[in-house]
Design a protein around this ligand. Sequence first.
Ligand SMILES: Nc1nc2c(ncn2[C@@H]2O[C@H](COP(=O)(O)OP(=O)(O)O)[C@@H](O)[C@H]2O)c(=O)[nH]1
Ligand SMILES: [Mg+2]
Length: 164
Amino acid sequence: MIITEPLLSPGSLVQMTSQPSTSSSLNCGILGHVDSGKTTLTRRIADMGSTSAFDAHAVTDIRRNTLDLGFSTMEIGGRRLALIDCPGHSRLIRAVLAASTVFDMAIVVIDAISGIQPQTAEHLLLASLFCPHRLILVLNKIDLAAEKNVKVCIFDMFITRSYI
Ligand SMILES: Nc1nc2c(ncn2[C@@H]2O[C@H](COP(=O)(O)OP(=O)(O)O)[C@@H](O)[C@H]2O)c(=O)[nH]1
Ligand SMILES: [Mg+2]
């Protein structure tokens, strides 16, 4: 097969991002740099996990990196959220991009120790394209971070939010 058109032309992006879903079920992407705590957060808030949820197929028990999209669900306010836990590794960005096209909303997890990292920025960009008005930023690992780092992160989050 020869593809002559770019898969995501500016026109198709506008089409995909024009209207959030009005159905009672929403797709929620869980995004952020590797190790920021996406899978931990997803595990905490999910009511039900699929067989691919929560790093079930990680290749090693030593460092349970998320290698693929993980699917689980939660009920809130009479709506069902499909939680799509995304891999935070730079090499897996294609999977995140593919998933992003069906996001109605996103949660971007930021590690308070490291601040905004490369994949945090990439994922924020995707969220700003696909669900700009339904984005939650979560500052994580504040139990480990110095107060100064937390303040810097909060400042960065305000700046980021004003760009989106
Ligand atoms: N202390 C602390 N550890 C956390 C927190 N959130 C996640 N972790 C730990 O950080 C590591 C990476 O978390 P994980 O959810 O796999 O990150 P992911 O790569 O973004 O999915 C794990 O060892 C978690 O137990 C937090 O809020 N505080
Ligand atoms: Mg993970």
